[in-house]
Design a protein around this ligand. Structure first.
Ligand code: URA
Length: 223
């Protein structure tokens, strides 16, 4: 992974296919989430807040058109989002925690879900649920999952969404492992990843270090 830091006034660090949003609010909230003493309701609220801030970055390049409006004082041509509504695809179950915040920012987005579990014998992700909005070809598609760990289920989910017609995709997560970023970059070099942190590595059972533990368990209180 090459680090491109051409302008040290930039607030985001950009690797080849990876944007690390290092805005102070994002970093502060992530630290609170990492702490093992943070209770479930606080964890969920922080996730919602961070996801809005990450969504701001992921949607930065949405196309604009203009439309004629009337302010109380005069008419003007005002900027307005162009094209089809964007599609948010949550990778179950932890993706739902990120989804809520993004939907708050972009309430008109269409929403889909991909459910995968890992077949421990074949060591491959197996799909158990798939429901996505129509006309994916014409939409910006943002897949959300808080933890990009091995990258195998993320890559499988992206492949499945591409099969359904998507060709303009982003992947948004909270914490990424270098292993997962490498897998995604190799299999889906066209997919830009946005994260709040690039952590050190995976442990022997696939958890991100230092990470924040099991994101799904922490947001739903199933520890
Ligand atoms: N999934 C999680 O929830 N946490 C990790 O550290 C890795 C995968």
């Amino acid at each position: 992974m090459r680090r491109i830091l051409s302008d040290n006034r930039r607030t985001d660090l950009t690797h080849e296919n990876l944007t690390i949003v290092n805005h102070p609010l994002v970093q502060h909230k992530l630290t609170l989430m990492r702490e093992q003493t943070t209770p479930t309701p606080v964890f969920r609220q922080l996730l919602r807040e961070i996801s809005m801030l990450l969504a701001y970055e992921v949607t930065r390049e949405l196309a604009l058109t203009s439309r004629r409006i009337e302010t109380p004082l005069m008419e003007m041509d005002a900027p307005s989002l162009a094209g089809k509504k964007l599609a948010l695809i949550s990778i179950l179950r932890a993706g739902n925690g990120l989804l809520d915040g993004v939907l708050e920012l972009v309430p008109s987005a269409r929403v889909g879900f991909v459910g995968l579990y890992r077949d421990e014998e074949k060591l491959r992700p197996v799909e158990y649920y798939f429901k996505v909005p129509g006309k994916l070809r014409d939409r910006l598609v943002i897949l959300v999952d808080p933890m990009l760990a091995t990258g195998h289920s993320a890559a499988a989910a992206v492949a499945r969404v591409k099969e359904a017609g998507a060709n303009n995709l982003r992947f948004m997560c909270l914490v990424a492992a270098p292993e997962g970023v490498r897998v995604m970059n190799r299999i889906h070099p066209d997919v830009q990843i946005t994260t709040a942190a690039l952590d050190i590595r995976l442990n022997e059972i696939g958890y991100i270090l230092p990470g924040l533990g099991d994101a799904g368990d922490r947001m739903f209180g199933t520890m």
